[in-house]
Design a protein around this ligand. Structure first.
Ligand code: C2E
Ligand code: CA
Ligand code: CA
Length: 634
């Protein structure tokens, strides 16, 4: 019996691996493909190893050239195996993968190595169970294989930061095992360990990295969100065009765990039935179907559209135990709408939460990513403006009907762009609120307002107080009252000079903190106003709940008053009620003289609107007040 036990073990190992890998659907990742190729070549290599051992042991009966060819083919396969190992180690490093010179050098080295192995002489040794080949051809193999192995090691050192720690470790272990086997076999040629060693190495790599299970989401057995990221990264790297349907489910179905899991599995099985698409489980309970965009089919045509319609129909029906879920869909007909995985995920995350009331599907096109890009740009600009002190306060005068004077003003934030242009609040306030940056902006605006009150002597000019806006997140910050108290102290102004505007909002979670803040500030003399009254979110109850002194009618409500008879009746009654509660009213958005006269006759106390003035820069505001309130000093 020839000594092929070790190689047979290796062969069995490889075949088991092949079996496990073929059982799973492949993601289609490049590294996955190279790994499979490695596995095939390694298996063939171990097989050829066995064949060559037989050939040598029967060399007395076989023509000399047949034995030589069989042995050399084996050596070439060994070389290819270590070469593929090298390819595997750099396949994710874009710089090398896309580098034509690097690839040319590789081809030359490989070509040289193969021609050396094939042309150099080879001889054999066999005595009983000890069988091996030797000679210059074998030496060439044992020179070139380690070169590729060492090169793989070098990749993990030089480009290690571009691969996962797992991959780095896996490749190093693989190469160490392979090299140890090669060294032992080189020193003791009778120990034919190389084939087996490589199989063990592959097995390590398989269990650490290329195990298809690692690509799966445990709950549904579908590709995971991490895999989704890897896959799309590759698709973008190769500029592949694809379409995607994202199935957006509520984060919380409010069902018991067992039922939820059942539905998830049922859903994923249904979605996986679309053979032309890859299915991924995303965050929460979302899924994504990704499929190639057929270049000759128009975006809105047949296949993809049919799929989406069919899917939407299915999701209108119930799942499992009759559960109806209000699933929504995001449809990106063409991946060119975004330029990277990160952007894709940004667009997806932004859109998954903002469906209109009866909206069930949204198409994600260039404008969706455009929005996300602008959003991110605005975040950067806001941060920059905060750091470089580019927020300015504009003041819109507020007119007091009873005394026919301007007694107050609202402080309104403006952002000065790097180009010197003014950016209006509707561009940056919503984004600042969403990102929490509003807290810093709010503080800057408040400090500047306080300084203006002090430095410009507003009190002496007849301005009793300035209105300053507070956003929800500021109100929910337990530190607000302490901070604002400190800012007023620093500026050396009286709290009575300030009225803070709050708004009612369904997103207010910490009402108690807001009330605590209000009470602390009211105790030192600050007053509060309720802003945006008459917009969707506010109601009379809120006025009862909140210790405000002033109610500000939103400009839309004021405008409606002039247009709509019903709105007029409601507003007249509202004014009456608010007055009975002992509160003052500011009407915003008064633009014409006619409107002014009507408002005056309603019992409203103050007017803020373009009729008198738009918000003005600090200097213009001072001029305005000096001009209009002249009589005060007289
Ligand atoms: P707001 O608090 O309701 O402020 C009143 C807005 O109505 C101002 O817009 C003002 O210019 C506008 N306005 C006043 N009179 C008229 C009128 O007669 N016609 C029309 N069409 N508009 C009028 P602005 O300055 O663009 O501010 C928009 C919003 O941005 C503010 O609405 C407020 O919610 C927010 N905002 C501004 N500054 C700040 C701030 O410092 N902090 C916070 N949290 N929000 C701010
Ligand atoms: Ca306001
Ligand atoms: Ca307002």
């Amino acid at each position: 019996m020839v000594n092929i036990e070790v190689q047979l073990c290796g062969l069995v190992f490889d075949i088991i691996l092949i079996f496990f890998i073929l059982r799973h659907e492949s993601v289609g990742l490049y590294s996955e493909k190279i790994f499979k190729l490695c596995l095939m070549v390694y298996t063939i290599c171990v097989f050829l190893d066995i064949v060559s051992v037989f050939a040598i042991s029967y060399s007395d009966y076989l023509p000399e050239f047949v034995v030589a060819i069989l042995c050399k083919i084996y050596l070439v396969s060994l070389l290819l195996a270590s070469f593929l190992g090298f390819v595997y180690s750099f396949c994710e490093i874009e710089y090398l993968r896309e580098n034509t010179e690097f690839k040319l050098v590789l081809k030359i080295i490989l070509g040289l190595a193969i021609s050396f192995i094939l042309t150099l002489p080879i001889s054999y040794y066999h005595s009983g169970r000890i069988i091996y080949s030797k000679g210059p051809s074998v030496v060439a193999t044992f020179v070139f294989c380690p070169i590729f192995m060492v090169a793989s090691m070098m990749i993990t050192i030089l480009y290690g930061n571009q691969m996962s720690a797992l991959k780095r470790r896996g490749i190093r272990l693989w190469m160490v095992v392979g090299m140890v086997a090669a060294i032992i076999q080189f020193i003791f040629p009778q120990l034919l360990l190389v084939g087996f060693g490589s199989s063990v190495g592959l097995f390590i790599l398989y269990s650490e990295l290329e195990n298809p299970e690692a690509y799966l989401d445990k709950e549904t057995g579908r590709f995971s969100f991490d895999t989704f990221n890897l896959y799309l990264k590759q698709e973008f790297a190769y500029v592949k065009k694809f379409s995607s349907i994202i199935i957006c489910n509520d984060e919380d179905w409010k069902l018991d765990e067992g039922t939820e899991k059942k539905i998830l599995v049922e859903m994923s099985e249904y979605l996986a039935s679309f053979r032309n698409a890859k299915l991924f489980r995303l965050q929460n309970n979302d899924f994504a179907l990704i499929y190639d965009t057929k270049p000759d089919i128009q975006m809105d045509e047949i296949e993809s559209a049919v799929n989406l319609d069919v899917i939407r129909q299915r999701f209108k029906m119930s799942w499992d135990t009759g559960v109806d879920l209000k699933t929504k869909f995001l449809y990106m007909p063409n991946s060119s709408a975004v330029s990277s995985v990160d952007e894709f995920v940004d667009v997806y995350m932004r859109n998954r939460d903002v469906f209109g009331k009866d909206e069930e599907m949204k198409v994600l096109d260039d404008s969706a990513s455009q929005y996300v890009r602008e959003y991110k740009q605005m975040v950067i600009e806001i941060k920059d403006a905060i750091l470089s002190d580019r927020f300015e306060v504009f003041y819109q005068p507020i007119y007091h009907i009873a005394t026919d004077r301007f007694v107050s003003a609202e402080a309104l934030a403006r952002m000065r762009g790097r180009d010197g242009k003014l950016v209006m609040p509707n561009k940056f306030i919503p984004i600042a609120e969403e990102t929490g940056l509003i807290e810093q902006i709010g503080e800057q605006i408040f400090s500047k307002t306080c300084e203006c009150i002090r430095d410009r002597g507003l009190k002496e000019k007849g301005i009793e107080y300035i209105e300053v806006n507070l956003s929800i997140s500021q109100c929910e910050n337990p530190q607000l009252s302490v901070k604002y108290d400190q800012i007023m102290k620093n500026a050396n102004i009286a709290p009575q000079d300030i009225s803070l505007e709050i708004t009612e909002s369904s997103t207010l979670n910490q009402k108690q903190i807001l009330l605590d803040n209000m009470n602390k500030l009211m105790n030192i003399g600050v007053t509060f106003a309720l802003d945006d009254f008459g917009t969707g979110e506010s109601n009379l109850n809120y006025i009862v709940d909140m210790p405000v002194k002033i109610v500000k009618f939103d400009k839309n409500m004021v405008q409606d008053y002039f247009k709509n008879e019903k709105a007029k009746v409601v507003m007249d009654a509202t004014v009456k009620m608010i007055k009975e509660l002992g509160l003052s009213i500011v009407a915003e958005g008064v633009e014409t003289e006619e409107q002014l006269e009507k408002i005056k006759s309603m019992g409203i106390d103050y007017i803020q609107g373009y009729y008198f003035s738009k918000p003005l820069s600090e200097n213009d505001f001072i001029k305005f007040i000096d001009d209009k309130n002249k009589r005060i000093g007289a």
